[in-house]
Design a protein around this ligand. Structure first.
Ligand SMILES: [Zn+2]
Length: 376
């Protein structure tokens, strides 16, 4: 038995339940993912599961097991192989697995529940360390700190994102107080980005937050603005999310950076936006072409009042929904950037919780992203 495994003190993880089907059939159920593993093994090994409390080393447990049996499978490292298997599947962990992650102590303390959730999802403490370190280092730009953007800021810093560039030109108004994540009476008249920055620092004192008083227009110089940024989020709905999305998507396709477009399509619907991964998913131009074609029979009659946005309906809960699904999509991307992400846009209807998802395909003749496919 190697020294490393000799001293290892395995502990069964709270996130995995164990059921016995017979004296040799055991089922492990992962509580956060509903994943099940069925396993057949010697009844003594099943008995040993209740000893995996983190107090005893593999060496000690092995000796205890030998007292119960003189069968050969123990002499042949049967127990050690069993322990290694449980470790590989994330069923047992080391008592100190969070301490071993090379990130600041206070940061890990704050994120303990999330780290355990990630362990449920990935099965491996090494994987969790890698994912959370990537999140800690990633530089995120958020365009639009409004109904959706403010909640996204909040959720992302709660997930442990640590480096932010917040871009918005607007100030907090009375209308924002009932919709936004952190605006209060005292913040009316202040720059939205500054209020968001303070909220981030209240959660993570060590966070690095840059703010930019800027309205995204066709002339915005994204090259200098987004230098060093790893992931971009757009919730800027002025002049229109479709326009700001196109501008950012073209930059992201060229620089091969992921872009999350969240909310802003229709404030009264629970709009669930899309993650654009250059070379993998459709780009914003593909989405535009798709919806232009599929909605061509829907032609609104022109209206004499030009700006009708302020009387549009909205609900903070729907903004939170858009922000939460976007935040979870971003987390899924950080867990596994190579996972399959489909082109799709969703909306949840408030009156019946009906969630419609529109699948969107890449446009093979897209002038922006089809070249990326040819490069492969
Ligand atoms: Zn495209």
């Amino acid at each position: 038995m190697s020294e490393k495994w000799n001293k290892y003190k395995p502990r069964l993880r709270d996130g995995v339940d164990i059921y016995l089907e017979s004296e040799i059939d055991v089922i492990f159920v992962y509580l956060s993912s509903r994943k099940r593993i069925k396993f057949q093994c010697h009844p003594l090994l099943i008995k040993s599961l209740s000893w995996l409390t983190g107090e005893f080393s593999v060496e000690e447990l092995n000796s205890r097991l030998i007292k119960f049996s003189c069968e050969n499978f123990l002499a042949n490292n049967g127990f050690l192989e069993f322990i290694k298997y449980l470790y590989k599947r994330g069923i047992i962990i080391s008592e100190h697995w969070i301490e071993e992650i090379p990130l600041p102590c206070l940061y890990k303390k704050r994120l303990e529940r999330q780290l355990t959730f990630l362990l449920d999802i990935t099965d491996s403490s090494d994987q969790v360390a890698k994912i959370q370190s990537k999140i800690y280092q990633a530089k995120i730009a958020i365009f639009g700190i409004g109904g959706v953007g403010s909640w996204l800021c909040r959720e992302l810093v709660m997930m442990g994102f640590h480096n932010f560039l917040l871009v918005d030109y607007d100030i907090v108004s009375e209308f924002d107080i009932s919709r936004h994540a952190f605006f209060e009476q005292e913040t009316i008249g202040l720059q939205k980005t500054e209020v968001a920055k303070q909220m981030i620092l209240d959660i993570d004192q060590e966070a690095c937050v840059k703010v930019l008083d800027h309205a995204l227009t066709i002339d915005s110089d994204l090259e200098s603005l987004l230098l060093g940024i790893d992931c971009i989020i757009n919730t800027a709905d002025e002049p229109y999310i479709g326009y700001t999305g196109l501008k950012l998507s073209r930059y992201c396709v060229q620089h091969k950076k992921p872009l999350m477009i969240a909310g802003g399509f229709d404030a009264h619907l629970g709009s669930l936006g899309e993650l654009i991964i250059p070379g993998v998913t459709p780009c914003a131009d593909c989405y535009n072409t798709f919806f232009k074609e599929s909605l061509k029979d829907w032609k609104p009659i022109s209206h004499p009042v030009k700006d009708r946005r302020s009387s549009f309906g909205g609900l903070a809960s729907l903004s939170v929904l858009a922000a939460s699904t976007a935040a979870m999509t971003i987390l899924r991307y950080f867990i596994d950037p190579t996972a399959t992400f489909e082109g799709e846009r969703g909306e949840l209807l408030f009156d019946n919780y009906d969630l419609s998802v529109f699948p969107v395909k890449k446009n093979p003749t897209c002038s922006i992203c089809s070249n990326l496919d040819n490069e492969k």
